[in-house]
Ligand binder design. Structure first.
Ligand code: BES
Ligand code: ZN
Ligand code: ZN
Length: 497
């Protein structure tokens, strides 16, 4: 499916479906809608009224044009209330259009840049429309046939040449974010059998091979032993699969001192280890590498994105399995910063791998570290399935992340690093233990990570346990499965940092 912009008259365009937006509860149709209605002799408005069509966000009304227009059909998409229209409504409405034309199995669709009258920037609107269309079109078809048939091309049409140029840029940016998101979704959706540590390493190597601006270092078990990465090694020791630490570096063409580290949890399957998860909690645990999938998603487009700072991608792929060689509840590991941790629950494994990764990240002397992790069920209890939790030692950095998330249409919410809860991690025999008591599990996990971040390094932790994977359709462009939640926020951040 190709999305492109063309200069032209919408009402004259030849296509299978002409898509026009409509706001809710407006007495008279305006703009393109009223032009189309005029061509159809007022029948469109009349029929919509008779059928009691309400232009709620994403609602669809499909009509034939009976030879009165060059378009075979007109598809009216609801945009909700005019004063509530924003980029997220645009994204969702575009997605709803795609879902609907997919079932029509047509070739060419022409779409009005709906909502433009609301004063949105042309570039941003076109990007949101493109994201809605492409993300809705995503299907994971590695193990069964794809179901829908998307149109060959979707043309965003405007008669204004200057707008057409900013649309073209917006469409390109939307393609980039969608491609990166789809990359992450594929990794998350792939079962643990086919997405084990070696595969994640291979994915990173392929990205580096395809982009001269990206270099990669891979540390194996022996090297990790020398580095003292007891957390990563401890979590991985029960699996037959090897463990790694992957460090990707993107350098911009113009040398710069600015450096940002993106760190992702990369547990390719989380059985819980010897603190085995109940069966029902384990069924989706192939998604426990979603943080790393986000980082790889960003790196899959980073050469094209061409941010102006150095970007480091760091993740440690491991599999958390129970076995005769697995780490035991009560074992003590020594982390990369020499702190000892009593592992009282082997299912709280993410923080052990991340602790080492954060120590390693801080050694790069970065201006910012951002980690993404499907870290705690407690975060899902606190914020639900759609919102990730944001914890930080630096208000200005976390505000930047939250602002980027808002523009990207990804829901994130700040949570406190409540220092008094640190005492909950006191251990009888080690510097700390890897869990607290029953309460505030998401915060305790964040506080645990903070122990491995250098005080003067601005750091944001994003717990994506809820939104990384949709157990039910969330909206028109996030269906059941991996969502790639986080990718678009990171890309926005890299653009504006
Ligand atoms: N990977 C899980 C967290 C998770 C839960 C991600 C649900 C996505 C959906 C993590 O490793 C884990 O098991 N955490 C435990 C921590 C507890 C033992 C302190 C949890 O949240 O129950
Ligand atoms: Zn776990
Ligand atoms: Zn986990």
């Amino acid at each position: 499916m190709e999305i492109l912009v063309k200069k032209g008259d919408l009402t004259e365009s030849k296509c299978n479906v002409l898509v026009v937006g409509m706001f809710l509860n407006e007495k008279k149709s305006v703009g393109v809608l009223s032009d189309v209605d005029a061509k159809l002799g007022g029948l469109l408005a009349k029929h919509m009224k008779q059928d009691k069509f309400k232009a709620k966000p994403g609602a669809i009304y499909l009509s034939r044009t009976f030879g009165r227009m060059s378009a075979v059909r007109v598809l009216v998409v609801g945009l909700g209330k005019r004063d509530e229209f924003n980029l997220e409504v645009a994204r969702n409405s575009a997605a709803s259009v795609l879902n609907s034309v997919k079932s029509l199995k047509v070739k060419r669709v022409v779409i009005e840049p709906f909502g433009l009258a609301q004063g949105l920037d042309g570039h941003d609107l076109a990007q949101a429309l493109t994201e809605g269309l492409l993300l809705a079109d995503y299907e994971f078809a590695q193990y069964k046939k794809a179901e829908g048939k998307a149109p060959n091309e979707i043309v965003v049409m405007t008669s204004d040449g200057r707008l057409a140029r900013s649309f073209a840029h917006g469409i390109d940016d939307g393609k980039l974010t969608s491609q990166a998101t789809a990359f992450a979704r594929d990794l998350v959706n792939t079962p643990g059998q086919d997405m084990h540590p070696e595969v994640l390493v291979e994915k990173a190597k392929q990205i580096a091979k395809g982009a001269s601006s990206v270099k990669i270092k891979v540390f194996d078990k022996e090297k990790l032993e020398r580095m003292g990465a007891g957390g990563i090694l401890g979590v991985g020791q029960g699996s037959e699969k090897p463990v790694f630490l992957v460090h990707m570096v993107y350098k911009p063409s113009k040398p710069t001192k600015k450096k940002i580290c993106l760190v992702g949890k990369a547990v390719t399957f989380d059985s819980g280890g010897l603190s085995l998860k109940p069966a029902d909690f384990m069924t989706t645990m192939k998604i426990d590498m979603a943080g790393a999938a986000d980082v790889l998603g960003v790196f899959s487009v980073i050469a094209k994105l061409a941010p102006k700072m150095e970007v480091h991608g760091i993740f440690a792929p491991v599999e958390n399995m129970p076995s005769g060689s697995a780490i035991r509840p009560g074992d003590v590991v020594r982390m990369m910063n020499k702190k000892t941790v009593e592992v009282l629950n082997t299912d709280a494994e993410g923080r052990l791998t991340l602790g080492d990764m954060l120590v390693y990240a801080c050694k790069q002397k970065p201006d910012a570290v951002i980690d993404l992790a499907t870290l705690t069920g407690a975060c899902v209890v606190a914020l639900g399935e759609e919102i990730s939790g944001v914890m930080s030692n630096n208000d200005s950095l976390s505000e930047k992340v939250l602002a980027s998330a808002k523009v990207a249409g990804e829901k994130m919410w700040p949570l406190p690093l409540e220092q008094s809860y640190k005492q909950l991690m006191k251990s009888d025999i080690a510097d700390m233990k890897n869990l607290g008591n029953r309460w505030g599990g998401v915060l305790v996990a964040g506080l645990f990570l903070e122990e491995f971040v250098k005080k003067d390094v601005p750091w944001v932790h994003i717990d994506i346990a809820g939104p990384a994977y949709a157990e039910r359709p969330i909206n028109a462009y996030e269906k059941k499965g991996g969502t790639g939640h986080g990718v678009r926020t990171l890309i926005n951040l890299l653009k504006t940092f």
